[in-house]
Write a protein that binds this ligand. Structure first.
Ligand code: ARG
Length: 582
């Protein structure tokens, strides 16, 4: 148990293990500490460790060791050790549904999934981003049916048309059985009963019509299939537009929607039957688990397949065909049970191992909801889900307003920039703010979407880090030193603030490794924030341009440059633009 000290007076690292050991061994902790130190060789790495108080071991790294560690990380890897695993990792992200608007849940899934992808790629893993599009099933058939009735020209289809048709479909298929029961029971009036009965039979008709459309679509009716493609294209146009704004490299080529697996489903079910893993239940087919009551339905009594059946097929494809040994599902917490069942069923069916015999790590990241400032799920004033596009628009506008406001100041580095330049920076600030707010908390927790807080240039925010990066860029630019001289400069770490910065920089590689392993982007956020603060401390204590000697100036510039690159790299892993001038 070696920890970084919080107080540099006690050295750089601290070992408190002797206390607990002493208790267990019934020996004085100081004595145990002595013995521990006798068993390790820290020569060339640390000063002679001291034992403080009842038995704390304080370790102080030797400057020469710290310098050579810094030099070792000062290349493109920045201390990040590459992974040796050559299996691909699949990240299931975004998961939008055709004909339905993207909402904040999809925003989280996309931002988190993309950041995880970047982190794993940074460690050298091959990442397959897969958008498990909801593009197959009754809702789409319903939308297709409604669009036909409304006579909408599918070649000029817009997302609002789809949205309307979707709502319309929900409305006309809605039965009001409870209303009918109440009205009948209380004898409220025959005309009211008749009205509700008409609504119910109308709803049934509409459902039947949608079901017929679905059957025709599934049987490959050419015209319907062509129309269906138009629906997908329309949805994807809107999605890709938003993803571009978000700076997420996810396009139609990453779509592997539910429809992709439709031909696999009968075979999946047969496999479960053959391996005695499925049983009939009232005409339907279910998988039962040894440790819980809840069964998982894989085929309905009418022969139809389910969302879960498709996910089984997706896992088999990812493991058996793609040879992936890690499957990461970035899907909101409400689907926790679903994934638990699907993962367990796949393990039972033998798809928990890659064809070359590696265990497959299947993880669901059950991210929390986005709440409004009132701590309730984010809704518009009319009570609808907030659309993604409107949130991003707002963030961008807010970012741009702030950037323009700052640029008006004559001393601002952005003073005199063109409107286009400032707008561009503002957009990066707005998007950076949203992403950082999304990634900087424990992913499982709900978080409050507070635009005022997340867009601030101070505090634990994205713009604060972007600003820190821009500031270092300007320090380096002003020094006007030959970059080659800085890159190879001799490092001096005599001042406590220099040491603190060096230690902070050295933590970057291990942090990225840990964040990628545990799939926790917030570790990177915390580290970058600490780096920005430590850098500020360094810059206050240690003059750079006016350093006492040339050697010292170049050494400090090299520390600046390394800090800048680490910040830029870390922001890159979070998918946030590292801005040069702000
Ligand atoms: N389309 C689904 C939804 O909006 C999310 C898909 C998640 N991915 C998966 N493989 N099930 O809820």
């Amino acid at each position: 148990m070696i920890r970084a000290t919080t107080n540099p007076e006690f050295g750089d690292f601290q070992v408190n293990a002797a206390m607990g050991l002493g208790k267990r061994l019934k020996r004085p902790p100081r004595e145990v500490a002595e013995e521990l130190l006798g068993a390790v060789n820290l020569e060339g790495l640390a000063e002679k460790p001291e034992i403080a108080g009842p038995g704390f071991i304080n370790i102080r790294i030797q400057p020469a060791a710290m310098i050579s560690a810094l030099e070792a990380m000062d290349d493109d890897e920045l201390g990040i050790t590459p992974s040796t695993d050559t299996h691909p990792v699949v990240i299931d992200l975004c998961g939008v549904n055709v004909a339905k608007q993207l909402h904040v849940g999809h925003l989280r899934s996309t931002i988190i999934g993309d950041a995880l992808g970047r982190m794993l790629e940074r460690r050298g893993r091959t990442v397959l981003r897969e958008n498990h599009l909801g593009d197959w099933g009754l809702p789409i058939a319903m939308v297709l049916h409604r669009l036909r009735i409304a006579g909408v020209d599918l070649d000029t289809l817009k997302l609002v048309d789809l949205d309307c048709a979707y709502r319309d479909g929900q409305l006309v298929t809605k039965r009001d059985d409870r209303g009918l029961a109440v009205v009948t029971e209380r004898n409220i009036g025959s005309h009211r009963i008749a009205e509700l009965e008409a609504q119910n039979s109308g709803a049934q008709e509409q459902r039947d019509a949608a079901a017929e459309t679905l059957v025709a679509l599934q049987q490959g009716d050419e015209e319907l299939v062509a129309d269906w493609h138009k629906l997908i294209d329309c949805t994807m146009r809107a999605v890709v537009d938003i993803l571009q704004k978000l700076n997420v490299a996810l396009g139609p080529e990453h779509n592997r929607g539910e429809s992709f697996y439709r031909t696999h489903l009968p075979d999946i079910v047969d496999t479960f039957i053959e391996r005695n893993l499925a049983e009939e239940d009232d005409g339907a087919l279910v998988v039962r688990f040894p440790n819980r009551d809840r069964p998982m339905l894989i085929r309905k009594s009418n022969g139809g397949f389910l969302y879960a059946t498709t996910d089984l097929a997706a896992i088999r494809h990812r493991v058996v065909d793609e040879n992936a040994d890690r499957l990461i599902y970035v899907v909101d917490a409400r689907q926790r049970d679903h994934f638990k069942d699907v993962f367990d069923a796949c393990r039972m069916a033998g798809w928990g191992t890659t064809p070359d015999g590696h265990d497959v790590d299947m993880v669901h990241i059950p991210f929390g909801s986005v709440l409004g400032v009132d701590k309730k799920p984010l809704k518009t004033r009319s009570g609808d889900n907030v659309s993604l596009a409107s949130l991003l628009e707002e963030a961008i506008t807010r970012g741009q307003t702030e950037v323009h406001r700052r640029a008006a100041d004559e001393n601002a580095p952005t003073h005199g920039f063109s409107k286009e330049q400032l707008d561009r920076i503002g957009e990066d600030v707005g998007i950076g703010a949203i992403k950082y707010a999304d990634l900087s908390n424990d992913l499982v927790r709900d978080y409050v979407f507070d635009m005022d807080r997340m867009i601030a240039f101070e505090g634990d925010t994205g713009p604060y880090l972007q600003y820190a990066h821009a500031r270092i860029c300007s320090i380096i630019a002003k020094a006007n030193e030959n970059p080659a001289d800085v890159a190879g400069a001799e490092l001096v770490l005599d001042e406590p603030a220099e040491r603190a910065l060096a230690l902070q920089l050295l933590r970057y590689g291990p942090t990225v490794g840990g964040a990628a392993k545990h799939l926790e982007p917030h570790r990177i956020c915390t580290e970058l924030h600490a780096l920005a603060e430590t850098f500020n401390g360094f810059y206050q204590q240690c003059p750079v341009r006016k350093a006492a000697s040339d050697t010292l100036r170049r050494s400090r510039l090299r520390l600046c440059d390394l800090s800048r690159r680490v910040l830029a790299d870390g922001l890159g892993l979070l998918g946030i633009e590292a801005i040069q001038t702000m």
